[in-house]
Write a protein that binds this ligand. Structure first.
Ligand code: NAD
Ligand code: MG
Length: 380
């Protein structure tokens, strides 16, 4: 039977690369969902002919419906449609590639429908990791990481048994401002922050890489995915982005996963696991690499990473608040309304104000998320 996939966030960076993998592996598409890009969604519908296509923006969805009237695809609009797209019956796997907390409810819907989750949307685990992971265990839904570091850790862990893990070495490129002093970051422009040295990604994650909040989010993501304690995870700057992360076992044997920096490698594995299929991305030429280097992350400069690491073990809403405040602050930075260093200051103030309440239920988390956003947008 043909392997059928749904993609939430199909017009984005991960979404487009996922469709390239699907094209090359000759898998099928059940549902495509995105925010508002009518032109690209029309193209994707004509090539992949999904059962349903969703645009969150209702006006864009209405225009798309007219444009693809001659195809077999049914178009829906609105936020709730994203949740329905996540549960479409024919799909075996759902790729979660929307940005931010918007991915949380659809991910839970896909878990309830017992889909395999190819998880790119790390924010879902940062804000509600314990709820998502326990729901997945209860329903028997597999979660396979698309994030390159977590795909690497997943692969390295195959070399040992549960209980034999000593440490996860979570690698980071260090972003475009590696080696800078904190005061040198004050006047950073959006254009400078959007220039990542190794990876081409969506705007939000590119800014997260520049502040190193991305590594902070990934720290928390790793904790939830692999049941690791915060003290078992160590961030390590590796500017070449060739080793995508490592695992150290109790006998001090270290396993690493290497590959070119191309997200199609972890996307492909998340779709084909437990098998491996022919390569979609180019091979790694070790003779052309030169040196692979490693250094400690500078947490005095990259304070977002320090904050995330400190909050990681807490059981209250602080990670959800940090995540939501970060999303809001990054969007303000992208609109040139705040400076680069204000991102951290706004997040820290939001965490101090709202971080202490209990995270018992999904509602607690979503309420904290809303408060944190309101607070950040209210400060400018
Ligand atoms: P992107 O901005 O390029 O794409 C986001 C996609 O989600 C777009 O299709 C957009 O239309 C859609 N979308 C956004 N908000 C939506 C909403 N409310 N409803 C419906 N659709 C919505 O982002 P990206 O870089 O592809 O990142 C996607 C996710 O994957 C993020 O969580 C990111 O952290 C993670 N991730 C990305 C990369 C990468 O290389 N780009 C690597 C690892 C993890
Ligand atoms: Mg990553």
């Amino acid at each position: 039977m043909k392997h059928m996939i749904s993609i939430l966030g199909s017009t984005g960076s991960i979404g487009r690369q996922s469709l390239d993998v699907i094209r090359k592996l000759r898998f099928g598409v059940s549902a495509l969902a995105a925010d508002s890009n009518v032109n690209l969604m029309e193209k994707q519908i004509r090539e992949f002919v999904p059962e349903i296509a969703i645009l969150r923006n209702e006006k864009a969805a209405a225009e798309l419906r007219v444009r693809v009237f001659d195809t077999k695809t049914t178009v829906y609009g609105g936020e709730n449609a994203l949740i329905e797209a996540a549960a479409v019956g024919s799909a075996g796997t759902v790729i979660t590639a929307v940005v931010g907390t918007a991915g949380l409810k659809p991910t839970l819907a896909a878990i309830d429908a017992k889909k395999r989750i190819a998880l790119a949307n790390k924010e879902t685990l940062v804000c509600a990791g314990h709820i998502v992971m326990s729901r997945a265990a209860e329903k028997g839904a597999e979660i396979i990481a698309v994030d390159s570091e977590h795909s690497a850790i997943f692969q390295c862990l195959m070399a040992g048994r549960k209980g034999e893990l000593k440490r996860i070495l979570l690698t980071a490129s260090g972003g475009p401002f590696r080696g800078k002093k904190r005061k040198e970051l004050a006047d950073i422009t959006k254009e400078q922050a959007l220039r990542h040295p190794n990876w081409s990604m969506g705007a939000k994650i590119t800014i997260d890489s520049a502040t190193m909040m991305n590594k902070g989010l990934e720290f928390i993501e790793a904790m939830h995915l692999f049941g690791a304690r915060p003290e078992q995870i160590k961030g390590l700057v590796h500017p070449q982005s060739v080793i995508h992360s490592m695992v150290e076992f109790r006998d001090n044997s270290v396993m690493a996963q290497l590959g070119v920096p191309d997200m199609r490698i972890p996307i492909e594995l998340a779709l084909t696991y437990p098998e491996r299929h022919d390569a979609v991305a180019p091979e790694l030429d070790l003779t052309k690499l030169g040196a692979l280097t490693f250094e400690e992350p500078d947490e005095d400069v990259f304070t977002c990473l320090k904050l995330a690491r400190e909050l990681a073990g807490r059981h209250d809403v602080s990670c959800a608040v940090m995540n939501a405040a970060n999303e809001a602050a990054v969007s303000l930075f992208l609109e040139d309304r705040i400076g680069f260093l204000d991102i951290y200051e706004l997040i820290k103030s939001a965490v101090d104000k709202f971080g202490g309440s209990a995270a018992g239920s999904l509602e607690d988390i979503l309420d904290a998320d809303t408060e944190a956003r309101k607070f950040v947008f209210g400060r400018v």
